[in-house]
Design a protein around this ligand. Sequence first.
Ligand SMILES: [Zn+2]
Length: 432
Amino acid sequence: MPLEPSLAAEIESAVAEGFADQVAHTQNLVRFATLRGAEHGCQDYVFEAFRARGYATERFAMDRAALAAHPGSGRIDERHSEAPIVVGHHRPAGQAGRSLILQAHVDVVPTGPLDLWRHPPFDPVIEGDWLYGRGAGDMKAGHAANLFALDALSRLGLQPASSVTIQSVVEEESTGNGAMAAHLRGYRADAVLIPEPEDEALVRANTGVVWFTVEVRGKPVHVREMGAGANAIDAIWRVVGALREVEARWNAERTRHRHFETEAHPINLNIGRISGGDWASSVPAWARVECRIALYPGTRAADAAAEIERAVADFAAGDPFLAQSPPVVTFNGFMAEGYVLAEGSEAEAVLGRAHERATGRALTSFMSPSYLDTRVHALYEGIPALCYGPRAENIHGFDERVSLASVQRSTVAMALFVAEWCGVERKSALRG
Ligand SMILES: [Zn+2]
C-alpha cells in the first residue's frame, strides 16, 4: 500500500535534518584509503557505526573453502582481501512487512597517477554540489545512504516493521566474493537494494565479468641477434590481437541478447595491466597482460573462460614462436555471470513510487555493461535485486565525485522504499 503523503513528507524532512551528518559520515568513509586488501580500518569504523545505532552487528572473515566450492565465486589469488564482512541486523518487534538487505561495498579501485587528481584522492573535498574523492561515488555515498535512510525513520520514532540487514562488503571491484561470502553466511531477504552510483535510475540488466592473465615466456638474447630471439612483448601483443577478435565476435552477437541489441559495444575487453622484460638491451624473456572481459547474462562464466583459453591456444598453434612456447592463461578474479532484473516485481513498483515522490520523475531503467554485486542475490537467491543510487562522475577515473543533491534525493527515495516495503512500527526502546 502506498505510503500516506504526510508520512512521506515527514521522511523527506527527516533525511534533510540528518543530511549534514550523512555528508560528514560519507567524508569519513572516503578518508579511509580502502584499496584492495586495505579495508580493515574502514570496516572497523562501519562496525562501530552499526553498533552505536543498536543493530545486532557481526564481523566475519570470508570462508575461503565455501567460496572455492561455489561456481559464482571469483578466483582467489595472493592479492585477495582478508578484510572482514560487517553486517548490522535490525530485528523488528513484530514481523509484519517484507524483509530487506541493504548492501554496499567499501573497496575502491586504484587511484592511478596522483598528479592527475585536482585534490588528493582520499581527501573528501566539497566544491559546490560535488563531493570529491576516490570512492565518493563508487560507493561510499551509497554506503552511507543505507545507514542514513534508516536513521531518517529512527528520527521520526519509527523503525522498519520487518528484518533489515545492512551489509558492508569488500572485493566488489575484483571478485564479488564479499557479497558472495555474505550469501554463503546464510543471509536472506525478500529483496535487496544496492545504492551504486546509477544516476538515480534502476539497473535492468548487467554483464558478467571474467578476469584473466596471459603470460608468455620468450628466449632472452642480445638485441644484435634479435632475429634469433623471440620477443615475449611482441608475442603477447599478437595474443592481445587474438583476444580482440573474441571481443568483436561477442559484440557481434548482441542482437541475440535482450537489453543489449541497441548497444554499440556492450562487451568490453580491457587490457588493464602489462608487464614484461628486464631492461632496454635484452630481448624480453617474459611478458604478462592482465585482462577483464564482460559476458552477456545467461552465459556461464566457465564457458566464457573456456572460450578464451581455446582462442589463445588456437592462435598460438598457428604462430611460429608461440607454438613452441604456448601462452599460459590464468583466471585470477571475477568469474561472474550477469543478470536481468525481471520486470513487474512488487519491489520495483515500490521503488518506482519512492523515486517518483523523491524526484518528481518516473523511474527509468537501463543496461549497465559492468559487474554488480546484485547478481549474487538475483542469481543465487532469486530475489528482486535493485541497483539504484545517486549521480556520480568519473568513477574509476580521476577527480571522482558525487552530487550531494542527488545523494539526498536518493536517500529520500531509499527511506521511502524501506518504509513501504518493510512497513514501519514505533521504534522499540530495546533493539538488536
Ligand atoms: Zn561499485
